[in-house]
Ligand binder design. Structure first.
Ligand SMILES: Nc1ncnc2c1ncn2[C@@H]1O[C@H](COP(=O)(O)OP(=O)(O)OP(=O)(O)O)[C@@H](O)[C@H]1O
Length: 504
């Protein structure tokens, strides 16, 4: 297309390419600064360092004043912005629509680099502040999609909101009070916390509580049970997968747990089960606060507080070469040891009350009280599975009867014995047919014969129960005894709960 230009008067363009480019860049910037509705500059830590005068008029709608806007991380004060993505990826977003409570805007975002090409930050421009008038159909569709996305994000945030506070950790004895004191103290810091204790002592509950009491409470709490994920998938689960790195389900790329927990807390449950190769990578992430998704050669900055937990003896694992010493010291900054239930039996009554209320609320049944002899019986048990086991026993006793008060008989029926020992309870058979003929001594009667799939399933359930009982609930040890992977054991655990429910 021929364009007629007025005859240049006076100065000409500089002759060398470098100067021409500099001139072009300067002119473009001046032009944009003039015509754009607003501009902002953000540094590589996502903090806003400058906004133009034009931008300031959006501040009231965003709910901020200049003094509490400049200096903040852009994603905290501009909902739905992609400035952070531009900085982290180094890729510009030349034209985009941004919608938030201040309106819908046509925006452009460019990374800012130094002469070595390193990212220093990004420049954001609001090109048009009422694009709906000129781009109506596109905007309508975009606004609908954005609303749907906001709803989905809110639902996700609600799911990730902490479920427990420090007050949810029931117990008023000295051991429980000390745990709560330590939890409140570490919540005030941003350091790594290591929760140590047997299975079922409340490590996950406490991790939620520490997050809820910390300055990160409004940001996500993301939990990963390392023992439940096959080793081959752990790396992708932690660090994510870059788009295009794989075919199939991960083709579009996927954020890892570190990224999902950005700004919040990442709970690494069963850290003692982490394979050695991944321990080295985790250590690097903790030191650098940067992750590199699989199949990408770009790092993403993350700001994550780690709470790790284990029921295993980490110093012994370090000594045996199964856990890296450097990672152990990195994690063991603020250790909290959770007492086993048998070390705080004085809390049983308070725990029973809180757990019974919770069971009643969840099952929609009236809350049940416990007689004194029932409490005495519970107080002499060893509780290898700790509070989780206490809860399961209460749940089974509650579902077994309509009585509003549970007595010791309800619990002896479940195998609990006065001396604290356990009697094996045969699995109930609600649909067992009546005996067809009198059994001959030494020969099984026909009524004893079960369909093979049922017999196999029962044997499987019983073997898993035995392995868990023999290892005090340690799933890794139990899976080793059974000769199956931890992941397979976790897949099978719901069968046990189903069998319990069917038996009661
Ligand atoms: N102090 C407590 N007060 C009330 N409930 C508790 C307490 N401790 C644990 N629980 C309950 O016991 C169950 C097990 O707790 P949790 O999952 O936190 O234990 P854990 O130590 O993380 O177990 P694991 O090591 O097996 O993952 C949960 O239902 C939890 O709510």
């Amino acid at each position: 297309m021929a364009v007629s230009h007025p005859e240049p008067r006076g100065e000409h363009l500089p002759a060398d390419a470098d100067s021409v480019l500099k001139l072009a860049a300067q002119s473009m910037f001046d032009q944009f600064a003039h015509t754009a509705m607003g501009m902002m500059v953000v540094d590589r830590d996502h903090r806003i360092v400058w906004i133009s005068d034009g931008y300031k008029r959006f501040l009231p709608a965003l709910g901020h004043e200049e003094s509490d806007f400049v200096g903040r991380r852009v994603e905290e004060v501009v909902p739905n912005t992609l400035m952070a993505q531009v900085i982290d990826s180094g890729q510009p977003i030349l034209v985009d629509l941004l919608t938030n409570q201040a309106g819908t805007f046509l925006v452009s975002r460019l990374p800012l680099r130094n002469e070595q090409g390193e990212i220093l930050g990004a420049l954001g421009m609001v090109l048009l502040d009422h694009p709906e008038t000129t781009m109506q159909p596109l905007i309508a569709k975009f606004s609908r999609l954005q609303r749907e996305l906001d709803d989905a994000r809110q639902q996700l945030a609600a799911q990730r909101r902490p479920k427990y506070t420090v007050a949810s950790f029931i117990g008023a004895g000295p051991a429980a009070m000390e745990v709560k004191r330590q939890a409140r103290r570490v919540a005030q810091t941003d350091s790594t916390v290591l929760l140590l204790g047997e299975t079922g002592t409340g490590k996950e509950l406490l991790a939620h509580a520490i997050h809820a009491a910390s300055s990160r409470a409004a940001r996500p709490f993301v939990g990963v049970n390392i023992a439940a994920i096959p080793d081959t998938l752990l790396e992708a689960e932690f660090f994510g997968v870059a788009a295009g790195a794989y075919t199939g389900a991960d083709r579009k790329g996927r954020d890892g747990k570190f990224k999902l927990a950005d700004g919040g807390t990442l709970f690494l449950d069963e850290i003692g089960d982490m394979p050695l190769a991944l321990q080295a990578k985790l250590l690097r992430v903790l030191q650098e606060q940067e992750v590199e998704p699989l199949g990408s050669n770009q790092v993403q900055r993350v700001d994550v507080r780690i709470i790790a937990a284990t029921s295993r003896d980490l110093p012994a694992m370090v000594a045996a070469g199964g856990f890296r010493a450097d990672l152990y010291y990195r994690l063991n900054v603020l250790p909290i040891r959770l007492p086993a239930l048998r070390e705080r039996l004085g809390d049983i009554e308070a725990l029973v009350e809180a757990l019974s209320d919770d069971i009643a609320r969840r099952s929609g049944t009236p809350p049940k009280s416990l007689s004194a002899d029932a409490l005495d019986l519970l107080a002499v048990q060893a509780w290898p599975g700790n509070i989780r086991e206490l809860r399961n026993v209460l749940e089974q006793a509650t579902l077994m009867t309509d009585d509003l008060q549970l007595t010791s008989t309800h619990f002896t029926g479940l195998g609990l014995q006065a001396g604290g020992a356990r009697r094996a309870v045969p699995a109930a058979e609600p649909n067992a047919p009546a005996a067809l003929e009198a059994p001959k001594p030494g020969v099984p009667s026909q009524a004893d014969i079960k369909p093979l799939p049922q017999a196999i399933a029962e044997l499987e359930i019983q073997s898993i129960r035995n392995a868990l009982a023999a290892t005090g609930g340690n799933k890794l040890q139990a899976s080793r005894l059974l000769g199956i992977s931890r992941a397979t054991l976790y897949e099978k655990l719901p069968m046990l709960a189903k069998a319990d429910a069917a038996a009661s």
